[in-house]
Design a protein around this ligand. Structure first.
Ligand code: PGA
Length: 239
């Protein structure tokens, strides 16, 4: 398993359903990894093996995993198959999967625990919708998500949490810096066991705001969608 303690910052690129072979070739030729940070590229699963890892701090991550371990589940990829292909990280419970693929906290918990058993680090995504934020339900929603989607065997060495307000994803909107720091502090104080967890922020991170967000005392890195598709911009974010 990757030694998370080694890194002060972790940057995850979430390409979602984007990219093709020529995009990958160009991207990997130009990607400049900063050796002080951990950089993870979550490409579509068919391209996971294309990442030529020529740097100890660069890793390939999947965007999802099956909640089943093996059997008659057409179209699925198991945690052990990811491990067999040297994948070290996997996003779990991204809001797009919760919204479009009916993923529940229970699914997220099972997937995360299957990943940890295979020594793959789950990046467990949580976050409130705009409606929930406006009703001041953020802490309540996050508490439910943490309680029901983080498995008991998760700890600060084998799992990551990503706080992604749903309303900030792909919209260009972000919470204020104070709000981000407060929510991260809330997550870390939710239970004694989360104090040392690394908590990443995601939602409209770009080169113009990544430094101020990542510099916040309770932020340990960023999860980047749209801006991670532009390699020059992503290089600036991770530099
Ligand atoms: P965004 O996406 O950076 O495009 O807002 C983040 C994510 O979905 O992880």
């Amino acid at each position: 398993m990757v030694n998370l303690d080694k890194y002060s910052s972790i940057f995850i690129a979430n390409w979602k359903l984007n990219g093709n072979s020529s995009f990958l070739k160009h991207y990997y030729e130009k990607l400049k990894v900063n050796s002080n940070n951990c950089t993870v590229i979550c490409s579509p699963s068919i391209y996971l093996k294309s990442l030529k890892v020529n740097n100890n701090n660069l890793f390939s991550g999947a965007q999802d995993v099956s909640s089943f371990k093996e059997g008659a589940y057409t179209g699925e990829l198991s945690a052990s198959m990811l491990k067999d292909n040297n994948i070290d990280f996997c996003l779990v419970g991204h809001s797009e999967r919760r919204q479009y693929f009916a993923e529940t906290n229970g699914n997220v918990k099972t997937k995360s625990s299957n990943l940890i058993e295979e020594n793959i680090i789950p990046i467990i995504c949580i976050g409130e919708t705009l409606e929930e934020k406006e009703k001041s339900l953020t802490e309540e929603i996050l508490s439910t998500q943490i309680k029901n989607s983080v498995p008991n065997l998760a700890n600060h060495k084998n799992a990551l949490i990503a706080y992604e307000p749903v309303w900030a994803i792909g919209t260009g909107l972000t919470p204020t810096l104070d709000e981000i720091n407060e929510v991260h502090e809330f997550i870390k104080n939710y239970d004694q066991k989360f104090i040392n967890f690394k908590v990443l922020y995601g939602g409209s991170v770009k080169s113009s705001n990544s430094k101020e967000i990542n510099d916040l005392s309770h932020v340990d890195g960023c999860l980047i969608g749209g801006a991670s598709l532009k390699v020059d911009e992503f290089n600036t974010i991770i530099s």
